[in-house]
Ligand binder design. Structure first.
Ligand code: HEM
Length: 544
């Protein structure tokens, strides 16, 4: 019976009314409806049921969504395994939990992806930033805001515009350096009867060549060369290239960073690089006027232009002058160029020469090719090589490409997420580092067939060249930011190999080398000493 005032049923329903509602009244939740008018009660019941259904539907959808896009699993791989057998450790973790997993290394969380997701990560620079990832892993994050986000763009521009277009002239300028350093090495090995430290020699040779490229031959002297070498080494240390090989650096990464940076910035960057090389750059830049980049130089001017002049042209004002602040920035770019061009190329050159020493069966064909492509031969029996000759040495090129592919790169390219990015069935949270496990791509059966793990340079006989990047070949990265210096790097490695092979046969002391850092094979050269057996005669040259 309804109350006339409220329209509600009385609190104690009459027995008759209670009977009428008996089917509902068994469940306590429905009891409240007894307090409502019958029509409204039914409506509420329907609405309630609908709400329940809607809630249930939303719950299921949310579950589905969170299932489709959940964070990747965080896998604990013991540090010892990461540093001693990274390829196996990461590969088996990905096989079990993949295709994307989070792993902590040196206190940092990194997401690792398998071969299937590699292209997506490397090619989508919008969501997976090369600049932020690389700056963070190299401990150079502070340079991004300092350069208003232009650091890598400037580096790219100076290499792609200031070096690659004049590579043939550069080879003419630096080939004598490669020839002389090869002779020095062979003499040292012969005189001492012992193996030489190949990395030290090659590092010095490339540092000298890059100093010529950067500042011009007239600015090269012993002190500048020594400082360039020390600078390249210091930045390699500061950016963590050797961090895996020091247990102090692995255990206390932050403390290690502070100590190393304070020491090396002070001792090498300020007191050596800026103190010794700085004045040469200052003189070159402030001592004359420059035409801006869009003002085309004639062929000859362009060919003789040292890199520092090209960079100055990037920053010249209307009067053709470069401001003091820009001059400082140009010095920083030259510093970055020294680092980018010297250390890694030297490390990878060691890989190529060591592999050739272990696989002597490839030497005769490479030597034969050398005699075919060389422009001329000097009195010491050493061939003169132009860029064109080096480009045509395709047998050596195939060997280099195969060494690059098989040397065991693991986490060699890196990106950072710019937002929460869906990847496969996961979400990678914003501001996190993410790297493909390169070994999976380089040894992929899908890409390279059954013999994927075998060393076989013949697979590249018809190309592509060792400097050509591709989905299945990542030593120089992939996508918009693939290494702009790769043609120069390969050209230098060819000069090193061919000037050694021209008059000697390499052999590793003790018959084998040691991989110093399996997690960073591209930056830390393998260990071993190289014997260089001089060739006795031209006929031997053709036979061996
Ligand atoms: C064998 C030697 C070298 C190797 C293995 C190598 C490898 C790489 C890799 C993997 C990247 C990152 C690409 C990516 O993440 O997609 C890179 C970037 C870069 N490399 Fe190299 N590189 C070598 C030599 C050189 C040389 C000789 C130069 C300079 C002439 C150079 C200049 C740069 C620069 C400036 C970048 C930053 C990317 C950009 O600014 O576009 N590299 N390199």
């Amino acid at each position: 019976m309804e109350s006339p005032a409220t329209g509600l049923l009385p609190h104690c329903p009459t027995p008759a009314a209670a009977d009428r509602r008996a089917p509902y009244s068994n469940t306590p939740s429905v009891l409240m409806f007894h307090a409502l008018p019958e029509r409204i009660g039914h409506q509420l019941l329907i609405v309630g049921t609908l709400i329940l259904f809607a809630g249930f539907f939303l719950f299921i959808r949310q579950r589905k969504r969170s299932k489709a896009y959940r964070y990747p699993p965080i896998i604990d791989i013991p540090a010892d395994e990461i540093f001693t057998r990274p390829q196996e450790a990461y590969e088996s973790a990905l096989l079990k939990h993949g295709p994307v997993i989070g792993v902590r290394r040196k206190g940092k969380l990194e997401y690792i992806v398998d071969e299937e997701l590699t292209k997506e990560v490397l090619a989508n620079d919008h969501d997976f930033s090369f600049e932020h990832g690389t700056a963070r892993i190299l401990n150079l994050w502070f340079l991004i805001p300092l350069s208003k986000g232009r650091l890598f763009k400037n580096l790219n521009m100076m290499v792609a515009g200031g070096i690659i277009p004049r590579i043939d002239k550069i080879v003419d300028q630096v080939f004598p350096t490669f020839k002389n350093r090869a002779k020095e090495m062979i003499d040292e090995s012969q005189l001492s009867g012992k193996g030489v430290d190949l990395f030290a020699h090659v590092h010095r040779c490339i540092a000298e060549a890059m100093l010529i490229v950067a500042l011009g031959k007239h600015n090269v002297n012993d002190l500048n060369l020594q400082v360039t070498e020390e600078t390249a080494h210091a930045i390699a240390v500061m950016t963590g290239m050797y961090q895996n090989t020091s247990s102090f650096a692995r255990t206390y990464p932050t403390l290690w960073k502070v100590v190393t940076w304070v020491k090396l910035v002070w001792e090498v960057i300020i007191f050596k690089y800026f103190w010794v090389i700085g004045p040469f750059i200052w003189k070159e830049i402030r001592g004359r006027k420059y035409r801006p980049l869009h003002d085309e130089l004639d062929e000859e001017e362009r060919h003789d232009e040292p890199l520092v002049h090209y960079i100055a042209r990037m920053y010249t004002n209307d009067q053709g002058r470069v401001s003091i602040l820009s001059t400082l920035w140009v010095s920083t770019l030259v510093l970055a160029f020294i680092f980018a061009s010297v250390h890694q190329t030297a490390a990878v050159a060691v890989w190529v020469v060591f592999e050739l020493s272990m696989r002597k069966e490839y030497i005769p064909a490479i030597r034969e090719e050398l005699s075919v492509v060389a422009d001329s031969i000097d009195n010491d029996g050493i061939q003169r090589l132009s860029y064109e000759a080096l480009r045509r040495s395709t047998t050596l090129d195939s060997f280099i490409r195969e060494v690059f592919r098989t040397k065991g790169d693991t986490l060699s390219v890196i990106r950072a997420t710019t937002r929460d990015v869906p990847l496969g069935e996961h979400i990678i949270p914003k501001d996190n580092l993410i790297c493909p496990l390169t070994s999976l791509t380089h040894r992929s059966r899908r890409i390279y067939g059954k013999g994927a793990i075998e060393f076989d340079p013949r697979r590249w006989a018809e190309g592509p060249a060792s400097s050509t990047v591709g989905q299945g070949y990542l030593p120089f990265g992939f996508g918009r930011w693939a290494c702009p210096g790769r043609i120069l790097a390969v050209t230098e490695i060819k000069m090193i190999t061919l000037t050694l092979l021209a008059t000697s046969t390499p052999e590793i002391e003790g018959g084998k080398y040691i991989v110093a850092d399996p997690l960073n094979v591209t930056s830390v050269p393998p260990l071993g000493r190289l014997l260089l057996h001089p060739m006795k005669s031209k006929s031997e040259l053709l036979r061996r």
